[in-house]
Design a protein around this ligand. Structure first.
Ligand code: IVH
Length: 716
């Protein structure tokens, strides 16, 4: 074929493929089979390979382009991406409508009721009809540039159709469809990877993947529900946007309603609840929005969200199923936890077969018996909870479950001794080498929030321990590709090896972990009482793990609390702690000379105890032998004191409009502030979002200053 002919064929094929994309994604009316489509697609790829100079970026084959990124670039939103106030009751919806009627008296205020899609918010910018860039919401003002990834979604047009506005920024929710989510988790089970807790996390994980080729494998979709910056078009009514989107070729809601009375709004919310399970994507509520943009403008915003819209969230879905058995699992710290084995049921977008029953007392309190019909509830997570037993359906011969008799005084996994922790309402396996404990510790060690070794999930950890390749987490650093590749994830009868490719990837991630920040290591080691916050604090004041192990600061904290009453000796310790920036004068009137330390005496003792124990000493010795040196995050005392929020304690409550609580915490801490869990007189600020909890009331009671996100932003 000569070049001219190729050029003609290529143009025809592209046109043809675009047409079928439209029929498939926008009209849901395909006229050719998937196979036929694939044939056309392959033909185009072949021609473009033969004539590379004819390849253009707008070709349908170029949805997946580019190489894996090192990191996402940042994009500043031209109009901020705000969030909505959530409500859970019809009464609050009623109040919402009453409020806006009061604000705009004597006017008809039509509102649109539409589904609230449970996915990930994205913004896509079109200029002269061409897709320019796409971004995540990020903190509402700056997001990640995910253009490459969005382009892999076939329902998102690269080029808008018809009469296009000059600038058209569309906002919507990206999702992984229900079937795709189930399939993805099945594949991950087979590959021994950790499962996604829900479709939303899976969608978020997919969009944040640095390799667009991997993203292209995920069945992502988008529902567009609004606009950002628009130039060259007049949008006056939200209700007109759905047909406008459709004309331009943008996927949007199929089901939405107009209403202008409370009664009608509530009826539509209930109607939506009846049909939403049939949607291909997950929904968790209804969004109620004022239709006229002119009215929206007059209603305006509060500090956190628009006054012209509200989200109503449906109650978590509940279903009945049979409880076939009760198993006992052994956790990372040896705690024995009962797990309900269920007759598999489909609920809130996935099939569930297990439910957690936190402890023995829960079984007693709810009188849960094998053979019972139980009501389970899933609040967006894969692992649901047992709400109650349907007593009327109980088989006559069902007997109360006797936990103690069931375990017969020994660990159900290793047969080792167990002890009932009086404070913990739980039994604990005392054998530190219990394979179940080791497995969970390895899993925890490799988890995303710890050392982020993605390939080592629950199943791989299980098999590594079972086959004797790993006896403690640090053994991971001695694994070799060859041996790991041969690891059998299946059974002796039906073998299924981990494979060299996966093994290479895993080893790479393990190697990368060597120099991760110290705070991650302190968290990953599962030291009793050390959560993420404590790990971060410790890492700010110590530059190496050995220095945490024999920390003068921690010893001082313990001593200070022991000696507080003997004024003399406490003085010297106080001085040292203050100089280091590890303590500050407490503000309460009663403790005039008192100090507050970065970590309390119980945690300090716990950390010291851990490193003094055989297990802790072993960790230190092995890390040294293996040459592992976590990256220091220590800030000098002087610098720490100069940070703008130094010495200020914050407590967070409620949902923040444009950032998660973790993001807010990280921002506050980076500027020297301190975030704690409970409000006291020593708290400087309570940062309140929507639906604040009891901390809000406590702050009011104690006269602690309450701020909202906007004020925090100013401080930052
Ligand atoms: S409108 C000014 N409509 O829910 C706020 N949001 O807090 C504009 N969401 O982050 C949002 N479905 O990502 C709107 N039909 C819908 C939605 C929707 C899902 C998400 C959105 C936002 C959150 C609300």
């Amino acid at each position: 074929m000569d070049r001219t002919e190729a050029e003609k064929n290529i143009a025809q094929l592209r046109e043809e493929i675009r047409k079928h994309d439209r029929l498939y994604y926008q009209d849901a009316a395909p006229i050719i089979s998937d196979r036929e489509y694939d044939r056309l697609y392959k033909e185009l790829v072949n021609l473009e390979t033969q004539f590379p100079d004819l390849l253009t970026p707008d070709s349908p084959t170029q949805r997946v382009s580019g190489k894996p990124l090192e990191a996402f670039a940042q994009i500043q939103h031209r109009a901020p991406m705000l969030s909505l106030d959530n409500t859970y009751s019809e009464e609050e919806v009623t109040n919402f409508y009453k409020r806006i009627t009061r604000l705009l008296p004597d006017e008809k205020i039509p509102v649109v009721i539409e589904p609230k899609v449970d996915g990930v918010a994205v913004s896509v910018m079109y200029e002269h009809g061409r897709l320019k860039y796409a971004a995540t919401r990020g903190d509402g003002f700056v997001g990640d540039d995910i253009t490459q990834n969005i382009k892999t979604i076939r329902s998102v047009p690269n080029q808008l159709r018809g009469d296009v506005p000059e600038v058209f920024e569309v906002r919507g929710e990206a999702y992984l469809d229900k079937a795709g989510f189930e399939k993805l988790n099945k594949e991950r089970t087979a590959a021994g990877l950790p499962l996604f807790a829900n479709a939303r996390n899976a969608a978020a994980g997919s969009l944040k993947h640095l390799d667009p080729r991997a993203v292209a494998q995920r069945p992502l979709g988008i529902v567009f529900y609004g606009t950002g910056v628009v130039e060259g078009a007049e949008v006056e009514l939200h209700s007109k946007i759905f047909s406008f989107f459709k004309r331009l070729g943008l996927p949007t809601h199929e089901d939405w309603w107009l209403a202008d009375s409370v009664g009608e709004i509530l009826k539509r919310i209930r109607d939506l609840d009846q049909i939403r399970r049939g949607f291909p994507y997950q929904t968790d509520g209804a969004v109620i929005k004022v239709d006229a943009l002119a009215q929206r403008e007059r209603l305006g915003f509060t500090a956190k969200s628009p006054r012209w819209a509200i989200a109503y969230k449906y109650a978590a879905e509940r279903v009945e199923t049979r409880l076939n058995d009760l198993l006992i699992q052994v956790g990372r710290t040896g705690i024995l936890t009962p797990v309900a084995v269920l007759e598999p049921v489909f609920v809130s977008g996935s099939t569930v077969a297990r439910a957690t029953l936190h402890n023995e007392d829960e079984i007693k309190r709810k009188d849960i018996r094998i053979g019972d019909t139980v009501v389970i509830e899933k609040a967006g997570e894969v692992i649901p909870a047992v709400v109650e037993v349907v007593k009327s359906k109980r088989p006559r011969d069902a007997k109360p479950f006797d936990f103690a008799r069931h375990i017969q005084g020994k660990c159900p996994v290793c047969g080792g001794p167990i002890r009932r922790d009086p404070e913990f309402v739980a039994w604990r396996c005392e054998n530190l080498h219990c394979p179940a404990q080791t497995t969970r510790r390895v899993e925890f060690f490799a988890a995303r929030s710890a050392l982020d070794i993605e390939s080592i999930g629950g199943i791989v950890a299980d098999k590594l321990v079972e086959r004797g390749l790993v006896r403690e987490p640090l053994d991971l650093f001695e694994l070799k590709v060859e041996k790991l590749g041969k690891l059998n994830l299946g059974t002796d009868e039906v073998a299924r090896v981990f494979g060299e490719k996966n093994a290479t990837k895993a080893i790479k991630a393990i190697e990368r972990a060597r120099t991760l920040p110290l705070s991650r290591w302190l968290f990953a080691l599962a030291i009793p009482d050390v959560g993420k916050t404590t790990a971060t604090q410790l890492a700010r004041f110590h530059d190496a793990i050995a220095n945490v192990a024999n920390s003068q600061l921690l010893r001082d904290v313990v001593h200070y609390h022991q000696k507080r009453d003997q004024k003399e000796s406490a003085e010297e310790i106080t001085d040292r702690l203050m100089k280091a920036g590890f303590a500050e004068r407490s503000k309460g009137k009663s403790a005039k000379h008192g100090i507050v330390t970065e970590v309390g005496p119980v945690v300090a003792q716990s950390v010291l105890d851990f490193f003094a124990s055989a297990a802790g000493k072993n960790v230190l010795r092995r890390m040294k032998e293996l040459g592992i040196q976590p990256k220091s995050e220590k800030v000098s005392a002087k610098k720490a004191a100069e940070l703008p929020l130094a010495g200020n304690t914050f407590v967070l409550t409620g949902t923040l409009p444009s950032m998660t609580r973790e993001e807010a915490t990280a921002k506050i801490e980076a500027l020297g502030g301190h975030v704690t869990g409970s409000v006291s007189k020593k708290t400087d600020y309570v940062l309140a979002g929507t639906e604040p909890g009891s901390k809000f009331d406590k702050a009011k009671e104690l006269g602690v200053r309450i701020i909202h996100e906007a004020e925090l932003r100013k401080m930052l």
